[in-house]
Design a protein around this ligand. Sequence first.
Ligand code: G3P
Ligand code: CA
Length: 239
Amino acid sequence: MIFAHRGSSGTHPENTMLAFEKAKNAGADGLEIDVQLSNDGEIVIAHDEKLDRTTNGKGYIKDCSLQKIKTYNASHKFVEQYGKTEIPTLKELFDWLGGNDLLCNIELKNSVFRYPGMEEKVIRLIKSNMLEERVILSSFNHYSLVQCLQIAPELETAPLYRDGLFRPWVYAAQIGARAIHPNINVASDYVINSAIRAGIKVRPYTINSKASMEHLFQIGCSAIITDFPEKAIRIRQQN
Ligand code: G3P
Ligand code: CA
């Protein structure tokens, strides 16, 4: 499968409805998105804790109300192409997902700030939208994933990691996760094959080169997470 990393972020403003629409139209199987919490407890889709890199705002998302966050332009680096685009909420994305069949990997960005209550809030929204079968919760904070499974054991979780883990497929099974999301640098063929044999899915990130895409499709990796879903789809068709 092909998951669009922050949407079609290689060509469109990351984590915006523009990037999600583009990924859907390109034929991606799923989205990978990042979530943070505003100071009034709203779940917003943004990679960084701060507004500075991706918008014309400044400061921490956790210090702003949703109303304030909505005034900033999430496509300010692409302003000539796209004009103004808001930071979407998870609720807005879920409303849109109701009209298609994309999968959605929600990365809980709760390693820098712990965001009390984030797990409960995200899971409540998943359930009220009946998206349990279409979401995967991932995080670099593996304690948070265990907490998610305590709240909702039916959900798929996937630990993210960038450094080597010893037998990550065994570790995943021990914490109740059904998948692993390794950085490309630690996603060896041995890890991928061992995990798949053990019934643990593997979705490495961020796979942008033709050679890596071809290789991972050829060895039967479960999915890739890429900034360029359109390119990945072309390559998948040729393999
Ligand atoms: O979920 C895969 C990947 O997005 C994790 O790293 O920094 O791009 O959120 P990052
Ligand atoms: Ca992410």
